[in-house]
Design a protein around this ligand. Structure first.
Ligand code: FMN
Length: 179
């Protein structure tokens, strides 16, 4: 697919088919996705992939079946996601570097979503609040000093939403051409 078309046609996918996602394919896509610009080449990221039965680690964060606190809607929603990828970066003590690192990690996520879309695979970048909480962090083995940039939900789309209109960049361009 042509790059322009790929960028415009990629959509964030919320609802997936039950079909499994190949771990090897995702590893291969990530290996390409990490070719981002990265000031100082800190490369502070890692990727925690959760699939199969391990999805219960996330689905059971709001109670297990049988618990009084069990949230069946949350459980079913999360078990309906074929694969999760937590994108995690080591937080640099220097604010400027932390921001650069976060920016580079964001580029990886966009690269991955385009590469996945090219393969017919959907994805959404989720930033739900509980990905910063201890229960989620413990369930995925996230270490002190690591920051979760996003929880990616990955799978084959069962529904592709309509595109939401974008403000043309031309409406937002200031050209300075006078000395
Ligand atoms: C940093 C970031 C965080 C996001 N977090 C969420 C989220 O928590 N829940 C959600 O439904 N979508 C989330 N999204 C996806 C956006 O809602 C989505 O990109 C937007 O609606 C435009 O749709 P499109 O990606 O299909 O063009 C997030 C996107 C970004 C870049």
């Amino acid at each position: 697919m042509e790059l322009t078309q790929l960028i415009k046609e990629r959509r964030s996918i919320q609802i997936f088919e039950e079909r499994e996602v190949s771990l090897d394919l995702v590893k291969e896509l990530l290996d390409t996705a990490v070719w981002v610009p990265n000031h100082r080449m800190t490369q502070p990221w890692r990727f925690i992939i959760v699939h199969g039965e391990a999805r219960k680690r996330i689905a059971e964060l709001k109670g297990k079946p049988g618990d009084a606190s069990f949230n069946v809607n949350y459980y079913n929603k999360m078990m309906g996601v074929p694969m999760f990828i937590a994108v995690v970066i080591q937080e640099n003590p220097v604010l400027g570097i932390r921001e650069e690192d976060y920016s580079s990690a964001s580029c990886i996520i966009q690269n991955l979503s385009l590469l996945a879309w090219e393969q017919g695979l959907g994805m959404i970048w989720k930033s739900y609040g509980h990905m910063h909480e201890a229960a989620y962090r413990n369930a995925l083995g996230i270490q002190p000093g690591e920051r979760v940039v996003g929880s990616l939900h990955v799978g084959y789309a069962s529904q592709v939403p309509n595109a939401q209109p974008r403000i043309p960049a031309t409406d937002r361009i200031t050209v300075i051409d006078q000395a």
